[in-house]
Each structure stands twice: as C-alpha cells, then as structure tokens.
Design a protein around this ligand. Structure first.
Ligand SMILES: NC(=O)c1ccc[n+]([C@@H]2O[C@H](COP(=O)([O-])OP(=O)(O)OC[C@H]3O[C@@H](n4cnc5c(N)ncnc54)[C@H](OP(=O)(O)O)[C@@H]3O)[C@@H](O)[C@H]2O)c1
Length: 256
C-alpha cells in the first residue's frame, strides 16, 4: 500500500488488517516492516509489489502539488508497470470527486493517473472521495486564518467524508475484486463552506471575522456548481461535527 503513512493510510492500514489482509506499507522514509519506496524515482516499487495480490495506491504529492506530474502521473505509471510485472490481480486507486470538471492542475494530474490505470492491463477499481475533515481542519483553515479574516463563499458546498468511512469502502472494494468502475464516495451531509468555517471556529475557540463572499474565477464557479459533492449512495456515516467533537471536545456554551 502506497501512502500508508498519510491521513487516509493511517485509517486504511488497520481496517485492512482487521479484514485479515497482510498489509505491506510503503514510505519514502525507512520504517520497520515497510518497504522504502519513492514514486518520483521508482525506488523500491518492484520490491513493494512483489508477491502482493493487490495494490492499494493512496500516495500523492499532497503537500507539493507542483510535483503531481512526477509523483501522481509518472509515479502511478511506474507503479502500474511494476504491478503488471509482478502479476498483481487488483489495483485500487483513490481519487477525488469532481476532478474531471474542476480546473485545478492537481486534479488534472489525478485524472491522468486514473487514465493510466484504465488503459493498463492490471484489473482496477477507482474510488473518488470527497474532502477529508483533516484537510479542512489541519491545512486549509489554519492557512486561511493567517489572513485574519476567513472568507467563505456561501455558494460552495462540501460533503466531507471521514477517512475511516473511505477505509471501509476500500476494504469492500478489495473483497469484491476489480470492478473496472469509477465510484464516488461522499460524507453523510452536504454543508456550505460558511457552515464549515463557523463550526470550526466554535470548536477550536478561535475568533476570526467570517466574510461571506462570492469568490471570482472559474474554479470557484465550478465548485459553486456542486462539483465537490456527489449524490451517490451509500455515503459515509461519520460527520464533521463528530470529527470536531472527537478532536476538540464538546463546544462550550460560551462558544456556541
Ligand atoms: N485529503 C483529502 O481531503 C482527500 C480527499 C479525496 C482523496 N484524497 C486522496 O487520498 C490520498 C491520500 O491523501 P491524504 O490526505 O491521506 O494524504 P497525506 O496525508 O498528505 O499523505 C500523502 C502520502 O503520500 C506519500 N507520498 C508523497 N509523495 C510520495 C512519493 N514521491 N513517493 C511515495 N509516496 C509518497 C506520503 O508518504 P511518505 O511521506 O511516508 O513517503 C504520504 O503517505 C491522495 O491520493 C489524495 O489525492 C485526499
């Protein structure tokens, strides 16, 4: 499994072990029992896939989007070629809801990686998930709060999905075998970005003015068109409010 050390990987590894799989994680850093592998160079990929029934590919250049061509596209091509040589029977890839219609270069790379698998000989399943709570809580909102004011476009809706729900779906995909289908998985609720921002401020106890603003540009327009959400069923069950309560504890009355 690539990306085993990441936010999603940390949910998927125990879930697959619970299902009885023997998981071989990869990381660019050496870790006991894992294979040291780098998608950008190809180092360790053959060793990572040798003897494996399935590859679960979660790794991505999530912290350096400008490396997505190298890591996500060329890296997926390298990994798929190694999987083919090793006779792997199922390649599961995690992608993102809306990547085919939202004009972001990182999304174009994810779409190109999907196409690598779809064109290749290794039987595949692709799961497109919506955004994880951790992405919003640990990356986007702390970064955005540095401006002093939090900007929220009331027309942009999100449908955050918990990585544990994604892990459950990945376990089900592995059990079912290659579907050669692209499936969507969203969380249990569609919420406006303004609701997300305000509930995050309440949970964290941070005080920032929230500016409700229609964001310019074609990416924001695409997002206002609902492309970050999916009507597909079933959805995950764990909520954003539940995530906030687990992480920050119950909201005190003075913050409500
Ligand atoms: N975050 C979201 O909201 C979200 C939503 C939908 C789908 N996804 C997809 O889910 C996947 C996992 O996301 P995440 O949020 O869990 O990511 P993350 O926590 O940022 O972890 C990224 C993972 O990628 C690995 N990685 C990065 N560069 C690599 C390279 N050159 N070679 C090998 N491994 C490399 C890292 O491993 P090491 O650092 O240990 O090497 C790490 O395990 C991604 O494919 C992402 O597109 C994410």
């Amino acid at each position: 499994m690539t990306g085993a050390s990441g936010v999603l990987g940390q949910a998927v590894v125990p879930r697959l072990e619970q299902a009885g799989h023997e998981v071989r994680g990869t990381s660019r850093r050496p870790r006991p029992g894992w294979v040291k592998a780098d998608l950008a160079t190809g180092e360790g990929l053959a060793e990572a896939v040798t003897g494996m029934d399935a590859v679960v590919h979660l790794a991505s250049a999530t912290t350096r989007y400008n490396k997505a061509g190298e890591v996500d596209v060329a890296g997926t091509r390298r990994l798929a070629a190694a999987a083919e040589r090793a006779g792997v029977g199922h390649f599961v890839y995690i992608s993102i809801v809306g990547i085919d219609r939202i004009p972001i270069s990182y999304y174009r790379a994810k779409l190109a990686a999907e196409k690598v698998l779809q064109a290749g000989p290794v039987p595949w399943s692709i799961l497109r998930a919506t955004q994880f709570p951790q992405l919003v809580d640990e990356r986007f909102l702390p970064l955005a709060s540095r401006l002093g004011v939090l900007v929220a476009d009331p027309g942009i809706a999100v449908q955050l999905v918990d990585p544990r729900d994604v892990a459950d779906r990945i376990a089900a995909l592995l059990a079912a075998g290659p579907s050669r289908r692209v499936e969507n998985l969203g969380g249990p609720a569609v919420q406006t970005s303004e609701e997300i921002v305000r509930s995050w401020l309440r949970a964290t106890g941070k005080r920032r003015p929230v500016l409700s603003l229609r964001l310019p540009g074609k990416t924001a327009r695409a997002m206002r068109g609902g492309l970050l959400t999916t009507p597909d069923q079933p959805t995950g069950t764990r909520t954003w409010q539940g995530y906030l309560a687990e992480r920050y504890g119950p909201v005190r009355d003075s913050q409500a």
